[in-house]
Design a protein around this ligand. Structure first.
Ligand code: RIB
Ligand code: CA
Length: 311
């Protein structure tokens, strides 16, 4: 078994975020150092509450630090209640958390943890990129101290999901995304080009609920709302595994094929939030995932969740 990969997960839970967070807590190849929260699927206060609930549900001690409540510059977009529900977990309502968030904000926790373990930590970002941009501005050394950055976001060779041009995480804070893609640190982009090829079915959640009645039972209940959204919008019974695919990439890139290229982000107008490959030399190259082995990634996500390691 390879050494566990230390990961800070920046997240806006969110139902697919919860699927990624519980994977990270269950997988022996992930050392989940912290959750940092961001606005996006829900306001940041609810994202923090939801992250604390998941950590306690899993019986873990993972610290949670609250991040930004709004984008760097653009007008805040409405939270997509119709996708994850007004509380973020569909109709599932876990008990209120007993623990409090870390006293540091998300950016400071990222700066501190990466400085303490230079070059080792993967920052996986599965919400808007505001916290990462704030960390870069507050202490540019994080670009050298972070080992790697995995971003769930963008749509390079296909249409977006919140507008025809843009994917939700980038669209919610395009200026932060542009800042992250322009920094001199190794970034891999796990965008809709691959995440819309990786799907979870209702049947996938049954062994999870049997193996882990509390966490698996919660996911099965929360997923119903997300499945209904996919049935209405995509016409299939199940859901895309956007955030889980990014966490699988954080531990094993084998199922993904990438192309290195600089990335530009549209900052205004009808195409705001659109991610395009830019010409070589137009900034540091990002490893852009453009093809995927869907079943390999889905199986890699399912294995720890079916293992019974979670309560
Ligand atoms: O576009 C999908 C992304 O937006 C996922 O991270 C989902 O949780 C939402 O944040
Ligand atoms: Ca998310």
């Amino acid at each position: 078994m390879p050494d566990a990969r230390p990961v800070i997960l920046d997240t806006d839970p969110g139902i697919d975020d919860a699927m990624a967070i519980l994977f990270a807590l269950a997988d022996p190849e992930v050392e989940l150092l912290a959750l940092t929260t961001i606005f996006g699927n829900v306001p940041v206060g609810k994202a923090t509450r939801n992250a604390l609930q998941l950590v306690e549900m899993a019986g873990a001690e993972t610290p949670v630090a609250q991040g930004a409540a709004a984008p760097l510059q653009r007008e805040p977009a409405p939270h997509p209640d119709f996708v994850h529900g007004p509380e973020g977990f569909g109709d599932a309502q876990p008990p209120a958390p007993s623990r409090k968030p870390d006293t540091r904000d998300a950016a400071q926790l990222m700066i501190d943890m990466t400085a303490a373990r230079p070059g080792e930590i993967t920052i996986a970002a599965v919400g808007p990129l505001t916290n990462l941009a704030l960390a870069l501005d507050r202490d540019p050394a994080i670009a050298k101290n972070a080992g790697r950055v995995i971003v769930m976001g963008g749509a390079v060779r296909q249409r977006g999901n919140v507008t025809p041009h843009a994917e939700a995480n980038i669209w919610q804070d395009p200026h932060a995304a542009a800042r992250v893609f322009a920094a001199d640190w190794p970034v891999a982009l796990v965008g809709l080009d691959v995440t819309e090829r990786v799907r979870c079915s209702r049947e996938d959640l049954v062994p999870m609920a049997e193996a882990s009645p509390s966490c698996g039972g919660f996911l099965a209940e929360a997923a119903e709302f997300y499945f209904s959204f996919h049935q209405r919008s995509q016409g299939f019974d199940g859901c895309f595994l956007h955030d889980p695919a990014a966490l699988v990439a954080a531990v094993d890139m084998d199922g993904f094929q990438t192309i290195p290229a600089p990335l530009s982000v549209a900052l205004e107008g009808e195409e705001i939030g659109r991610t395009r490959m830019a010409p070589e030399g137009d900034g540091p190259a990002v490893d852009i995932c453009l093809a995927v082995d869907p079943d390999a990634v889905r199986q890699r996500w399912l294995a720890p969740l079916w293992s019974g390691r979670l309560p």
